[in-house]
Ligand binder design. Structure first.
Ligand SMILES: Cc1ncc(C[n+]2csc(CCOP(=O)(O)OP(=O)(O)O)c2C)c(N)n1
Length: 280
């Protein structure tokens, strides 16, 4: 996809993330929106996948370790054709295939069950190691939150991957500077994240994580890396792309119905309409 197409895809993911969470009336919207541009780049072409065949054995895999960002993943999957977009409006309802947190057994296209923060690092490393042993050339992409990397388990994985030269593993840290009930600075300051990963033996990049062009370049660079796994620190905004959500100070899990829902959808629909006008 071109940069313009990626921007449009990101806006569409945002729109359907809003509709998905809006159907339930509340949800983890801030951290879902901050990671949308990375999802747009990955599902927009950087990941080797086949929506017609979600179980393709040598596919690339995504582990959304911050599993509460499920609605953004589901929106990307629906837009890629894994399932009907209307299913997005069944989020967390009884019998749904879309629980609030990612579940690989329920949702076509979801590669790993997540939600217990920190654990996705270990499972992503297992997947990457297996891909390497199989020699298919497939890759694993891992997304953690910044609050999530307060978990001790994460740092065992950070140590393991470079030792085992998992060059097929790319770890995105969604550095939106907020966690559940405050800032990462106030709760347990992370210091220089990239420097910590570099010290563990990772190839590191720190980029603007809500800029599809920057994410796209960074993923290509990570793919070209030899001998080291890659960590991409994404400088993002919690609620990115939707001011009605980004402007709420504590926007981790918010009520999302009525006026805020309508204004947010209206906002993104206008973004998409402006893009269409510009393209015409
Ligand atoms: C092991 C574990 N402890 C606590 C929680 C509850 N919880 C869900 S999201 C969250 C905050 C995560 O913050 P961050 O990783 O920064 O996510 P983001 O801001 O990107 O949404 C917490 C504490 C959990 N899911 N798993």
């Amino acid at each position: 996809m071109t940069t313009k197409e990626l921007k449009k895809f990101a806006a569409e993911i945002r729109l359907w993330t809003l509709k998905c969470v809006g159907s339930r009336g509340f949800g983890h919207l801030g951290g879902a929106l901050s990671i949308v541009d990375t999802l747009a780049v990955l599902y927009g072409g950087e990941m080797k996948i086949d929506p017609e065949n979600p179980a393709l054995t040598d596919r690339d895999k995504l582990v959304m370790s911050k599993g509460h960002a499920g609605p953004a993943v589901y929106a990307a999957l629906a837009l890629k054709g894994y399932f009907d977009k209307e299913i997005l409006k069944t989020l967390n309802q009884p019998g749904t295939t879309l629980p609030s947190h990612c579940d690989r057994k329920l949702t076509p296209g979801v590669d790993m069950t997540t939600g217990s923060l920190g654990q996705g690092v270990s499972t992503a490393i297992g997947l990457a190691l297996a891909q390497q042993m199989d020699g298919t050339g497939a890759r694993t992409f891992l997304v953690t939150g910044d609050g999530e990397i307060n978990e001790g388990q994460v740092w065992e994985g950070a140590l393991f991957a470079p030792v085992h030269k998992l060059t097929n593993l790319t770890w995105f840290v969604d550095y939106n500077k907020k966690q559940l009930d405050g800032t990462t600075h106030d709760i347990m300051d992370l210091g220089d994240i990239a420097a910590k990963f570099a010290a563990f033996g990772w190839a590191t990049q720190t980029i603007h994580g809500n800029d599809v062009e920057a994410v796209s370049k960074a993923v290509k660079k990570a793919k070209a890396e030899t001998g080291k796994p890659s960590c991409i620190v994404l400088n993002t905004t919690k609620g990115a792309g939707v001011p009605m959500v980004a402007d709420i100070e504590l926007n981790h899990h918010i009520p999302f119905e009525g006026e805020i829902f309508e204004k947010s959808v209206e906002y993104i629909e206008k973004v998409l309409a402006d893009m269409a006008k510009e393209a015409a």
